[in-house]
Design a protein around this ligand. Structure first.
Ligand SMILES: NC(=O)c1ccc[n+]([C@@H]2O[C@H](COP(=O)([O-])OP(=O)(O)OC[C@H]3O[C@@H](n4cnc5c(N)ncnc54)[C@H](O)[C@@H]3O)[C@@H](O)[C@H]2O)c1
Length: 394
């Protein structure tokens, strides 16, 4: 039996489609987009016959899995609808845009036989995987500090995809933080428990002359379960070259800093692999034996896939987990663990950087009763209406 995959949101989904096509067990079985022209063009290109402008008809068309790559407010409701039907979900980032969506997703996943995975492709970039393997083997000792930055000036893209002007740059705080936080938590193997959010002020206006609601650089400072410190910076507005994959890691026995562009390389210092306590080594010198298995196996195809190979590697993990009925590494609670701190930073920024607790949805049995008191009735309780519109425009 082929593994029947449906795609919804046929811009970003094309990247997933090219990866799924490398897997003989997968059939790209159905496509969905509310835009009929986009639907026709993408389906023709992929040779998909079953085409839907209605999500409800699409999700009932006999699928084993769906890839949700619609704009942000649709991720959770569409994922939950699929889970309720026993259909596996690979969802674009972030998993949620408010706490009510988090609960909807949790309820749907808890009663589903299907798996949920968030497609945090930056976790699957080769250098991130190499560092993770080194952490696992103890080369960093105990990790206690990390940094992630996503600096992606997208003022023009905002106008081409107007949902970004609402959901990414139309809200203050970290609206798109999982690419930066995900790899850090992937290394740390723990959860963020509290977050403070800060902004750098407003220095740009959109083409209509309106100030962006989001401050130009947003930062969150996170404390982890074991007391570690993470600093995440997201900037989608400042005029500057892109830098979307900057990470650093500090542990008791080593440190790592990703390339910052301009000819820089990924570099590492490890107490057990260095003679000089003040000398970096290029990560590439040590990467060989720490390269994750799937990267070795799929290196050639990964090099042609998007986002440093992450687009392919995540599809391999998802397909294997769904077919084997196994828990994916970026499962529901990991996905929420990557997504919730950014959301909480949005409320913290409104409260002048006050540290706020990040709910652990594994512990939440009644909603909203079991939420931390500081978040009940806050701005992040409901941001989207059930049909994906901004709740504040109601
Ligand atoms: N992980 C990554 O590296 C990465 C990269 C790009 C985009 N993304 C994410 O992917 C998602 C899509 O981004 P994009 O750049 O492709 O956006 P886009 O606006 O270019 O495309 C979205 C598509 O979804 C369709 N659509 C909108 N609402 C829909 C609905 N309710 N049902 C079905 N189809 C609907 C639109 O017609 C459009 O074709 C976003 O959440 C974005 O954050 C992730």
């Amino acid at each position: 039996m082929p593994f029947r995959v449906g795609l919804v949101g046929l811009h970003r989904a094309m990247g997933f489609a090219h990866s799924f096509r490398l897997l003989p067990e997968v059939e790209l079985a159905a496509a969905c987009d509310i835009n009929p022209e986009t639907l026709a063009a993408a389906s023709d290109e992929l040779g998909i016959e079953k085409r839907f402008t209605s999500f409800d008809e699409f999700v009932d068309s006999g699928l084993d899995a769906v890839v949700v790559s619609t704009p942000m407010p649709f991720h959770a409701p569409q994922a939950a609808a699929a889970l309720r039907r026993g259909i596996h979900v690979l969802s674009e980032v972030p998993a949620i845009v408010d706490l009510t969506q988090a609960w909807e997703l949790v309820e749907a996943a808890r009663s589903s036989s299907a798996i949920y995975m968030m497609a945090e492709n930056y976790c699957y970039i080769k250098s991130v995987g190499v560092v993770r393997e080194m952490v696992r083997q103890g080369l960093f000792g105990t990790p206690y500090y990390g940094e992630g930055e996503y600096l992606h000036e997208l003022k023009e893209l905002n106008e081409i995809t107007p949902w970004r002007r609402v959901w990414q740059t139309g809200i203050d705080g970290m609206t798109y933080g999982t690419h930066s936080l995900g790899p850090l938590l992937w290394w740390f193997g723990e959860r963020v428990v509290s977050v403070s959010g800060f902004g750098s002020g407003h220095h740009y206006r959109d083409p209509r002359g309106a100030e962006y609601e989001q401050e130009d650089t947003c930062m969150m400072v996170c404390k982890t379960e074991r007391g570690g410190l993470l600093r995440v910076r997201v900037d989608m507005l400042s005029n500057r070259p892109h830098l979307m994959t900057y990470y650093s890691l500090q542990g008791t026995k080593g440190c790592y800093e990703a390339a910052r562009g301009g000819g820089d390389v990924d570099k590492i210092w490890l107490a057990d692999h260095s003679d000089d306590p003040n000398k970096w080594r290029p990560l590439s010198e040590l990467a060989g034996e720490f390269t994750p298995e799937n990267w070795r196996k799929w290196e050639e195809q990964a090099r042609k896939a998007g986002h440093g190979g992450g687009d392919l590697l995540q599809v391999l993990d998802f397909t294997a987990a769904a077919r084997e009925g196994a828990r994916p590494e970026i499962d529901l609670y990991a996905s929420l663990g990557f997504s919730l701190p950014g959301l909480v930073s949005q409320e913290s920024i409104l409260r002048e950087g006050a540290p706020l607790p990040v709910p652990d949805f594994r512990e939440i049995k009644r909603f909203p009763e079991d939420l931390p008191a500081a978040l009940k009735g806050s701005s992040i309780m409901v941001r989207a209406t059930p049909d994906g519109q901004p709740a504040w425009l109601r």
